[in-house]
Design a protein around this ligand. Structure first.
Ligand SMILES: *Cc1c(COP(=O)(O)O)cnc(C)c1O
Length: 398
């Protein structure tokens, strides 16, 4: 009956536009459904189960009741743009003019889309590192551009930039380099020497850098996040993107921002105004007063996340898998070959049945052909009891 109804309701001459064909179902949807159906502990999606600063939450209700419920200015609530500029100065020594060099967006997701749509013409190439966040290839496609994936080398110590592979990827069509540090899904923090190589390539070939830094505050064990925008000659060719979602555990608010030189921000703002125009005035107002105390907040959040990361890493090892070190972010990578699996997709499809846990095959984050199929991503941005439960289940079924 379902099929008949569907046929009757769908005109025969209808088809989705080429730019969205094949985007409808992802492994994330499949795994989230699987978790729901089987009651498995969901360590798939990176949706935090952690608390947010109470003052920030109260700030939203105060802003709503105070009447901040209409369209804010197109570039974002002025107080938030000022707070973002102060944040970049305090953290990285970078000066941005809140009027012309900061743009508030509907999450980092919209910042990425607006940057790519504002900077790339059809036929242009965008260089990104494989594995990468799934929005990058989608944004390239929406712009008619081509994502060129340069694989990070997966060694036993973690993921490394391959400078020769990067240089070989540049062509006359290369327009943008899309960087993500701290990196999802690997938990890698790009080192200053790696950023210097990337900066040198971008300057030599006239590439604009878009750098996704949503995990900037979630770097562990005394490691430090460095932004490529702070390297000599890079501020003028770089858009830095961040978001409140990951820093304050408010992924549902969808408030992000980008900073850069006037012309680049202007190009992104031109696209942004017709994507969403603006968003979430009361959320922006509340964030404006919380961003200056982010350091104290982030320190507490990091120690909570480190506990969960260590619990998960140890648990994966006890279960006989081979976890990688995660220096940042929400995720641990594990080599699942010790369980007799070379195929992470099959491993993840069977895991809910076998162990009552859901994870995501890392191959889903590869755009190029060189995916190490035996890697699986587990997320630890969960309450301690969820991680402990997942670990117990994995160890029991090893
Ligand atoms: C979560 C995430 C985003 C999206 O951020 P929002 O602010 O929720 O839109 C972008 N990039 C990376 C790498 C992420 O992990």
């Amino acid at each position: 009956m379902g099929a008949d109804t569907q046929r009757a309701n769908t005109p025969r001459d209808w088809r989705p536009a080429a730019r969205v064909r094949g985007m409808a179902t992802s492994i994330f949807t499949e795994m989230t459904d699987l978790a729901r159906r089987t009651g498995a502990v969901n360590l798939g999606q990176g949706v935090p189960e952690l608390a947010s600063p109470p003052a920030l939450l109260e700030g939203v209700s105060r802003a709503v009741l105070a009447g901040e419920n209409q369209y804010p200015p197109a570039r974002g609530v002025p107080a938030l743009r000022e707070a973002v500029a102060e944040h970049q100065l305090r953290q990285y020594g970078l000066t941005y003019d809140p009027e012309r060099e900061v743009l508030v967006t509907t999450g980092a997701t919209e910042a990425l889309a607006a940057a790519v749509l504002g900077l790339c013409d059809p036929g242009d190439e965008i260089i990104a590192f494989d594995p990468c966040y799934d929005a990058y290839a989608a944004d390239a496609r929406l712009a008619g551009a081509q994502l060129v994936a340069v694989p990070l080398a997966a060694g036993s110590e973690g993921f490394e930039l391959d400078p020769d592979a990067l240089r070989a990827a540049v062509t006359p069509r290369s327009r943008v380099l899309l960087l993500n540090t701290p990196h999802n899904p690997t938990g890698k923090v790009f080192r200053p020497d790696e950023l210097a190589v990337i900066a040198e390539v971008c300057q030599r070939h006239g590439l604009t850098v878009v750098t996704d830094e949503v995990y900037e505050h979630l770097v562990y064990d005394g490691a430090r996040h460095h932004t490529i925008a702070a390297l000599p000659g890079m501020r003028e060719r770089t858009l830095v993107i961040s978001s409140a979602g990951k820093t304050f555990n408010v992924t549902g608010w969808k408030v992000g921002w980008l900073c850069g030189p006037t012309e680049l921000v202007g190009a992104a703002a031109s696209a942004k105004q017709f994507l969403t125009y603006v968003s979430g005035a009361p959320y922006q107002a509340a964030l404006a007063s919380s961003l200056d105390s982010v350091s104290e907040w982030a320190e507490r959040l990091r120690s909570e996340l480190v506990r969960s990361r260590d619990l998960l890493t140890e648990g994966l090892r006890s279960a006989g898998l081979r976890p990688y070190r995660a220096d940042a972010g929400y995720f641990v990578q594990a080599d699942v070959r010790p369980w007799g699996h070379a195929d992470g997709v099959r491993f993840c499809r069977e895991l809910p049945e076998r162990a009552g846990v859901v994870a995501i095959p890392t191959a889903a984050f590869y755009q190029g052909a060189e995916a190490p199929g035996w890697l699986v991503r587990f997320s630890f941005c969960k309450r301690g009891e969820s991680v402990r439960d997942a670990v117990d289940r994995l160890v029991r079924s090893a």
